[in-house]
Design a protein around this ligand. Sequence first.
Ligand code: SF4
Length: 232
Amino acid sequence: MRGSVPLRTVPRFPERTVPVFTIQFDLFDSATNTIFEAKTYPDFKKLLAESGCTKCPLSEGRRHIVVDRGNPGAKVLMIGEAPGENEDIQGKAFVGRAGQLMDQMMKELGIDTNRDTLIANVVKCRPPENRAPKQEEADQCMPFLKKQIALMKPSIIVLLGATAVRHLIHDKGDFSMEKEAGRFFTHPDYPNIQLMVLYHPAFILRDPRKKPVMQEHLKALKRLMDESGAAK
Ligand code: SF4
């Protein structure tokens, strides 16, 4: 099990630059194309939230398309799995028990998740009974997340849990969160972005014995934010 992560192993990264993504959409109708043509993050968010998207079956049971929570001008993007019940009701990401735990753990380190980060998910609509999103659902929704990344231009992306790792890093293969959590790495799909894996806070709720490990990982994230100017 990993404790703190030596930051000297983390390469410095340059000032924020525009990541180059190939957004592949085999969708798309004109309404969806309008979303992808948005030039600013607020425009994109409004268009997607109000789109009534039905690109995948998750549209059937949702109340809200949950785009994010936090500050799109921040340098840290945190990516979780999917909205849960509270998120679906409120239309905001990470506002349930897991989100509250994340907020509290980060606040203890001086990180305000609403000011210093933007939080989003692999899929924008709540899966039934909070199951993990299916591959085809994640595939349909991924262009929206890629567009979020392209507009936000984060310096650091934190992958919260195995689902985020699996769908964002396709060549990861078999991996264990036990080994990956707390790790920093870079990937050619995300140029000039420092990636980090963290336990999903819902996992910490299920297994509180892992909380001290997660706290060490968050301290490493805070050090990286301080070093790179990502902390306010
Ligand atoms: S999860 Fe994504 S692709 Fe599926 S309906 Fe919701 S917004 Fe559309």
